[in-house]
Ligand binder design. Sequence first.
Ligand code: F6R
Length: 612
Amino acid sequence: MCGIVGYIGDRDVYPILIGGLKRLEYRGYDSSGIAILNNGKPVVYKVKGKISDLENFIGTKSKEGTIGIGHTRWATHGEPNDVNAHPHTSMNGKFIIVHNGIIENYATLKQRLIKRGYTFKSETDTEVLANLIEYIYLFGKTSATEAVRFALNKVQGAYGIGVICTDETDKLIVARKSSPLVVGVGDKEFFIGSDATPFIEYTNNVIYLDNDNMAVLTKGEVSIKTIKNDAIEPNIQTVDFDFDEIEKGGFDHFMLKEIFEQPKSISDTIRGRVDYSRNSIVLGGLMPVMSKIMNARRIIIVGCGTSWHAGLFGEYLFEEYSRIPVEVEYASEFRYRDPVINSDDVVIAISQSGETADTLAAIKLAKEKGATVLGICNVVGSSISRETDAGVYTHAGPEIGVASTKAFTAQVMVLAMMALFVGKAKYNIKPEKYSELIDELIHVPQQIETMLKDTSVIEKVADIYKDSPNFIYLGRGCYYPIALEGALKLKEISYIHAIGYPAAEMKHGPIALIDEKMPVVVIGANKRGYDKIVNNVQEVKARHGIVISIVREGDTEIAKMSDYVIEVPNFTTAIGALITVIPLQLLSYYIAVKRGCNVDQPRNLAKSVTVE
Ligand code: F6R
C-alpha cells in the first residue's frame, strides 16, 4: 500500500529512484513521483499512472542530483491524479515528503493550519503533514529534524515517511509507525525503502526501523531516535536475497512465475524443518512458547483475504491432528468486537507481507488480553514477525504478483507442520499415521510439479468461460477454503463475480442462481464424504448448471457428470488436499489473461494493505 524509496550519497539518484519504484510498484500503482535535490534546488515530478508514465513524463527533463525520494501510490485520501500524487511540497517549499499510511487526525490538523493561513493543493493527508512540519519549523524556529519530530508527536495514525528540507540539503529524514520502512546501509551512502527490494543490488545491510523511531541520514552517518527523543543504537542486519526471485525469469507475469515456483517454494518452506530420516518435524521458532501451545485451551487464527483462507484450511489440520479447538477470524472483525480471550489461548496471525494493518491490530489486542501470539509470515523482519511472541517464516521467497499464490501454499504447509508437531507432542497421532502424514507432506512439491506439466485442459476451460459474468465454487471440508480461495483469485484478477460456498449450503440459497449459463467449479477430491459431493454435483446438473470438476485421477462418478474434468494426482490425507488449489490458481490466471486484464497489478488493489 504505497511504496517509498530514497537515497543520499554520491551516486546519480535518478536511476536508483526509478529502478526502486519499479520494484515497489506491486505495493500501489495509481500514481507516482520523485523529488531530487540538484545542488540544493529541488525538482519534483509526479503523474497519475504507472512508473513507466512517470519515466515518459520526465523524459529529458533535469534529473541530476545525489539526494532524492520517490513514491508509488495506492490512493486513500483523494483520487489518483497528478496533484494527489506524492511527493508533496509544503506551502512555502521548505519540506518535500513521501508518505505511506494514513494520518487519522488529518482533518483536525488541516483546519488548524488553515486558520493559520495555510492553503492546500491536494486532498491528501500527506500534504497536511508536510505543512504541519513546515509550520513548526518556521514558527517554532527549530531544526528540520526537530520539526519532523514535533509534528510526528501531533499526528495519530500510521506513517512511513521520507522527508527532505530545502534549507538543510545534507540530510534525509525518515520515520515510521505501523508502516514499514527499511534503511539500506552502504559505504557513506544510505538507501530507504518500504522493503529492501529497491536497493538490494547496492547493499544487503539493512536497519529495520522500529515503530515511533526516526532516522536522520547524512552522507556518512545515521542517527536514530524515538520520536520522544531517546537515542537508539542502530541495529544493522544482513538480508539474504536471491536477485532472480524478484525478476520474471522468462514468464509473462509474476503470478504465473509464482504459480510455477510452488514446487520449489514449498520445498523451501519445509527444508530443515522436516527431518526425513528421523521422521520428525522441528520448528525451532516455536520452542520458546512450546509449553503455552501444548497447554492451549484454544487456538484462534487471524488473517485477511488469502491468509484467512489458509487459516481456514489450517483449522481442519489443527483440529484433526492436534485436537485443540480452533477458531478462525477475519482480523478486521476480531479487532473490533471485544473478543473473549484468555491467557491460555494461542493466537496465530497469518500474513504474507507481515504488514497488514488489521492483522497487526488484532495481534496488539490479543497481546493486551494476555494471549500468546504466534506469527506465520513470509517477509523476514516485517512488523508482524517482530510484534509476535514467536513464529515460523514461510520462506516462500518474495511474492510480487498482487494475487497471492505461493504464499498461500506455504502458509498451509507451515500450519500442517505446526499441527503435526503439536499433535505428535500431545500423543494424538499414532506413529504409523504420523509417518504417512510426513510422507504426504514431503511429496506435495512433487505432486504439484506433476500437475504443472500439462495445463491444457485448464487453458481450454478458461477460453470457453472467460466471458461468463459469474462463477460458483463449491467444496466440502478442507476443500471449502480452497473453493473460497479459487473464487477470490478469479474475482481479483479477472473482475468476474465469483462466490465460494460450502457445497452442502448451496441448497439454502445459491442454488437459485444455477441455470444453463452458470459455471460451477466443484472441488470433488474428497475421500471422506465423496457420496455427498456427488449428490451436490447432481443437484447442479439437475438445474442444467455447467460443472467444471477438480477430481483425483481415475475418478469416475463425478467425472462422468461433469462438463469438464481437471484431474489432480492421488493423495491420501488432508495435507495432500492442498494441491487442489493449483488448478484454481491457473484457471483464474488464464481467464484474466484471455480477458486482457493486468494480472500482476489488478485495479484497485495493492500487495500490502497497511490501511484499516
Ligand atoms: C489475495 C491477496 C489478499 C491478501 C490479504 C492479506 O490474493 O493477496 O487477499 O491475502 O490482503 O495480506 P497479507 O497476507 O499480506 O496479510
